[in-house]
Structures are given as C-alpha cells and as structure tokens.
Design a protein around this ligand. Sequence first.
Ligand code: NI
Length: 173
Amino acid sequence: MSLLTILRYPDAKLHLKAKPVNTFDDNLKELVQNMAHTMYDNNGIGLAATQVNIQKRIFIVDLSKDDELKNLHTFINLEILEKYGQVDSEEGCLSVPDIYETVKRYEKIKVRYQTLDGTLKEDNFDGMMAICIQHENDHLYGRVFVEYLSALKQKFIKKKLKKSLIQSGILDR
Ligand code: NI
C-alpha cells in the first residue's frame, strides 16, 4: 500500500471532471486500497479519486469512528437518481484543511452505483451517509464544497489557505 498526495484547494486540478470506470480489475482494487490508506492516514471520512489527481468516477466513505471496526464503502460510477428534502450540513474536506463551513445538502437520496467488483446496486441513503455521498460525488464533477459559499467567503478561504501553504513551505511567496 502507498500513501497518495491529496491536492489542496485552490489547485486547478480539483476542477477536472472524472470519467466512468469501465474495467474492474486488480489495478482498480489497488487504487481503492491506496485511497483508503490515504484517507485513514489523514483521519478523513471520505475521499474522491479527483482529490488524488485521478479522474475516475470513484470515491470512498467510512463513517465508523472506531479504528478497529472499519467499514469502508466504495462507490463507483455513482448516479443520484432521486433527491428529497434539504439540510444544513457543516462540512470539511481533506483538500481544504482546517476550514469548516455550512452548506445545503439534500436530506435523502436514491443512488445507483457499482461496487469494486462491478456489481450494480441501488440504495437509499439519509443522514451523514447521504451528505458524504453528495460531497464526494461533487468532487468527481470538479466541485469543492466551499464553492457553494459567497464569493467573499471563498476569497477569504483562498487567502487563508495560501498563507498556510507558504508558512508550511509548500508554496513560494
Ligand atoms: Ni472533500
């Protein structure tokens, strides 16, 4: 297993659109394993392939708090078929470190997706799972959650993140 590099907002590569997965082989399994390893290492609850600079329709979610009881969900080629209700959702993102903001999400969703072996599934989700799926699925369309905020707030966040990248030596002044 290897750790993958997570792109940081406002990296332009976070706005690339992912393409469908057609081949369900060992390479796909290895990629998902590496994504999971990277997500757990960063204490995340979700990670989309776009965030590790791979433009494929893949994301993972694990809402379990207990390290011993991992419960990894892999969603491939997911489509949101139906959506109901609206909730305020306070979100963060591994690509937008230390920023937590409230955005609107659908309360319940019906989705169709494929599992790691290509099996087609239909499911209904609500609560945290529904919110995470919408957040991660957005990444595959090149959307980062802060883009739902006001232009002024986005400007502030970009400035703050740029400052922290410079401070940590990742970005030149
Ligand atoms: Ni995210």
